[in-house]
Design a protein around this ligand. Structure first.
Ligand code: ATP
Ligand code: MG
Length: 423
């Protein structure tokens, strides 16, 4: 574009005057461009204008493109006119180009400014590419994208993490998961469905992998041959999504594409019982704690070179509240449930569901629930329900892990947790 007249709009990131020459750095969606003012050549009023403008003000600069060996993009803009579109207040609550890292809380309090940092924006470029990749991967496998209600009369998971809300003259709850609805769609004959939507959980614990509002990818499929069918689909989806996202990012964001290298596969499958043995607590039948999960992650890394792996055959004792999880007919102390783990963190849970109403009612009762309270869910099983299974997958955890973020909150634009409802 050497010699062409252009106009760019963006934030004034920095302005430095070195006497005879001055540089204004303008940041827009594509990156930072250098505007060069030269004594004698540029309008003297422009020097004064830039010098008086606070950082992060929004300007529109018109000028001539010139090849440059020194400017970061190999070109600079020689300005002929500058319009101030929005003047920033001072001081900035948070620096955009500061070398000193800000506290997480400060960053989230002023998230709009935090999001201007290229490396923070990169997380959301990566997130968008992963979401597009997941959608495409599921679509290619014949999954129909659906949307189920988020305002419910009752939840699917434990009552402890339900958010209640006033709903006219009654009480309703925010959906913790689309579990019951995606199963109902199996009875509706949809065969393969997926949903990418918010899920709400009143997680009182303050951890680096829990949010009160997160994005859940849920998939459900009919006519499975046991748990392995579900695992194969999940593994295929993850690998294909990483590949699609890489292709998508390769040209404009090579450093992000670098993070999406295909992991070793097939992902190892290790049974829950083997994990328990490894941890020196064989047959305890308790769920894995955070530290134990991490140790299994290290074990899988060291011995199998695997960041992604499945923990399979969860015992019924751990899934006692998960009434829709099918118990094995040959050994009712086991379910076909599995978790997909990434470096010691659970990113998905799934398995074969119970499709036989009599078995389902037994599970409901042993979870201390009244089948009568699940009338519309049960109806789906009363009039013909194919065998089916599926999984729930935490999109934010995947983004957190792939982007190498210490805290899941950084994987969301405006995170919600126990203490944060703003911005
Ligand atoms: P955990 O044991 O880690 O709390 P979970 O077993 O309760 O997770 P599931 O009900 O299996 O979670 O939900 C499916 C997936 O949704 C999880 O594997 C995880 O990736 C994600 N997920 C669950 N709860 C949260 C949360 N509070 N914040 C972010 N992601 C979550
Ligand atoms: Mg789980």
């Amino acid at each position: 574009m050497d010699g062409e007249t252009v106009r760019i709009g963006g934030h004034l990131e920095d302005y430095r005057s070195l006497g005879g020459v001055a540089f204004a750095l303008i940041r827009d969606g594509s990156g930072t461009s250098q505007v060069t003012l030269k004594k004698g050549a540029s309008d003297p009023a422009l020097f004064d204008l830039f010098a008086s403008l606070p950082r992060e003000s929004v300007v529109s600069v018109e000028g001539t493109v010139a090849r440059s060996t020194k400017a970061n993009r190999g070109v600079e803009l020689l300005p002929t006119g500058v319009e101030v579109l929005s003047r920033s207040e001072t001081p900035l609550p948070l620096g955009v180009v500061d070398k000193v890292p800000a506290e997480l809380d400060t960053r989230f309090n002023h998230r709009v400014i935090d999001l201007r940092k290229p490396e923070v924006r990169g997380v959301f470029v990566l997130r968008s590419a992963l979401l597009a990749g997941l959608r495409r991967a599921l679509g290619d496998l014949g999954f129909l994208e659906v949307e189920t209600p988020k305002i419910l009369r009752q939840g699917a998971e434990g009552g402890a993490t339900l958010f209640a809300l006033d709903y006219f003259d009654t009480r309703a709850f925010l959906a913790q998961s689309p579990q019951l609805y995606k199963q109902m769609l199996m009875s509706a004959g949809f065969e393969r469905v997926f949903e990418i939507a918010p899920a709400f959980r009143a997680e009182p614990s303050d951890t680096v992998r829990h949010l009160t509002e997160f994005t859940s990818l849920d998939a459900e499929m009919a006519y499975i041959d046991g748990a392995e069918t579900v695992r194969e689909v999940l593994e295929t989806v993850v690998l294909a999504a990483l590949r699609h996202a890489t292709d998508h990012l390769a040209v404009r964001y090579p450093e992000l594409a670098e993070r999406l290298k295909p992991p070793p596969h097939p992902f190892p499958r290790v049974t829950f019982a083997d994990c328990e043995a490894k941890l020196g607590r064989p047959g305890s039948g308790r769920d894995l704690g955070t530290e134990e999960e991490k140790r299994i992650g290290e074990w899988m890394r060291e011995e199998r070179g695997a960041p992604y792996y499945f923990i399979t055959d969860y015992p019924t004792s751990v899934k006692a509240q998960t009434f829709y999880a099918q118990r094995s007919d040959s050994d009712p102390s086991l379910t076909g449930y599995f978790d997909l783990e990434l470096d010691g963190t659970e990113i998905a849970s799934g398995g074969p569901r119970e499709h036989r109403l009599d078995h389902l009612d037994v599970n409901l009762r042993s979870a201390g629930l009244d089948p009568g309270a699940f009338a519309s869910y049960r109806e789906a099983f009363r009039f013909g329900m194919p065998p089916h299974g599926g999984f729930g997958f935490g999109v934010d955890r995947l983004v957190q892990k792939i982007a190498g973020l210490p805290n899941i909150r950084e994987a969301r634009l405006f995170p919600r947790d126990r203490y944060r409802l703003e911005p």
